[in-house]
Design a protein around this ligand. Structure first.
Ligand code: ATP
Ligand code: MG
Length: 409
């Protein structure tokens, strides 16, 4: 028997439906903002990712599905979508043509990570990239667009934003940060000691507690922006506020990829454990030039479909509950609940249990079978013409009078 590889999952049945539903929802929203579908290869030269995602990033440092093909080429399964789309944009000479181009894509990404909840080796992203627009209005638009998608899907998230400055103010800030951290190197983790050499900014989002303690009084990029970056960052906040989009400023949000400047953002959810980022993105004005094209401002984001699916699956579980499960603790009460159950059946899906069991055993069955309302009759309740009621959606529980049963539930 051959199984799927570790960290790779099939999208069948409900998962297939959810996947399609998410993609359809995203497409509908982004098309109204002028984004058009594009598809680029999933296998590219390794050099593309090394150069664009950055040698110092976790992705290039440890997560690449890299191999030598039969022709001796050093190739890599794409770990993210932006690099390939930028390569295609330049290769097709759209950088020379000028104008604004907006693309969306979706499909598999590959990262050799330790598989766990919310972390797969093959996962799927829906992403957008806008080329040729330097205005901060576009930064705001891509955030509004993502916010609209998440709202349409019914997903509650927190938006975190930051500005990473530009090629003028970032290096000055970087020096300040390095000076600050160099006074504390004895408590830095191994990864951050390496980051100090390769990409000191990444120290800011280290998960290690010691490193975070050191950073408590570190200089913040948001206090060190030049006039242009500061104005843009303020304008971004103004537009978000005017559109009733709540956000938190997180000066330590630097994201996993090396190529961002100015706007960086992330939407996080409390509903999926520690792998909480559902989508992230930002501006990357220097990447085109860096990959050999004509300098072109650009901004985009990518959303992790599996993490969205996990949230929707939980919501389905909650909202799908329906019907009434009615049971008794003693066998002499079965006649009673049979009468009540028959009455309820006229209007509701009702399951009557004919077997007397402990309340916990009954509750387990009702829960597993996805009932919404649990009614349980014991001697005590019966003597007072009442029955025990529990709503398995909101966990509300109380005794209710049998006479008013229908109006109470
Ligand atoms: P994380 O901090 O969780 O590792 P990341 O910064 O590596 O995320 P990005 O490169 O920004 O993530 O990718 C965008 C989105 O893709 C993430 O917000 C997340 O929803 C999803 N994602 C990233 N890595 C994985 C993975 N291994 N499995 C499933 N989804 C992933
Ligand atoms: Mg990651």
């Amino acid at each position: 028997m051959i199984n799927a590889l570790r960290g790779m999952k099939d999208l069948l049945e409900n998962d297939g439906k959810l996947y399609k539903f998410i993609i359809d929802t995203c497409e509908k929203v982004v098309k109204n903002y002028g984004y058009e579908f594009c598809e680029v290869p999933k296998l590219e030269e390794t050099a593309l990712f090394k150069r664009s995602v950055g040698q110092s990033s976790d992705i290039v440092g440890k997560e690449m599905y890299q191999f030598i093909d039969k022709g001796g080429n050093d190739v890599c399964l794409r770990p993210e979508g932006t690099a390939g789309v930028v390569r295609a944009f330049i290769e097709n000479k759209f950088d020379r043509a000028g104008g604004v181009r907006r693309y969306f894509y979706h499909g598999s990404m590959f990262r050799y990570e330790r598989p766990q909840r919310g972390r797969l080796r093959e996962f799927h992203q829906f992403g957008v990239e806008c080329f040729g627009e330097a205005s901060v209005y576009e930064d705001a638009s891509v955030i509004l667009m993502l916010n609209e998608i998440l709202n349409t899907l019914g997903i509650k998230t927190t938006l975190k934003i930051n500005s990473l400055g530009d090629t003028q103010c970032m290096p000055i800030y970087k020096d300040k940060l390095i000076k600050f951290v160099q006074n504390n190197t004895e408590n830095l983790c191994q990864d951050c000691l390496r980051r100090l050499q390769t990409n000191p900014i990444r120290i800011l989002d280290c998960k290690n507690e010691n490193c975070q303690n050191i950073l408590q009084n570190a200089p913040l990029i948001t206090d060190n922006l030049n006039q242009i970056c500061n104005d843009d960052f303020n304008k971004l906040q103004e537009i978000l506020k005017a559109n009733q989009v709540d956000f938190q400023i997180d000066p330590k949000l630097v994201r996993g990829l090396d190529y961002y400047c100015k706007t960086a953002f992330e939407f996080v959810s409390n509903d999926i454990g520690s792998q909480s980022a559902v989508a992230g993105g930002g501006r990357y004005d220097k990447l085109c030039e860096y990959l050999g094209g004509k300098s072109t401002p650009a901004v985009g984001w990518a959303m992790g479909i599996e993490r969205i699916m996990e949230i929707l699956r939980q919501q389905q579980k909650e909202t799908k509950r329906q019907g009434i499960y009615i049971c008794a603790l003693n066998s002499n009460l079965i006649d009673e609940i049979y009468k009540i159950g028959k009455m309820l059946r006229k209007n509701y899906k009702t399951e009557i249990s004919y077997e007397a069991k402990s309340p916990n055993k009954h509750l387990n069955i009702a829960d597993k079978k996805g009932f919404e309302i649990f009614l349980c009759l014991g001697e005590d309740e019966f003597s007072q013409n009442q029955i025990w009621y529990k709503n398995l959606n909101n966990k509300d529980e109380k005794r209710i009078s049998i006479a008013n049963l229908e109006s109470e539930i």
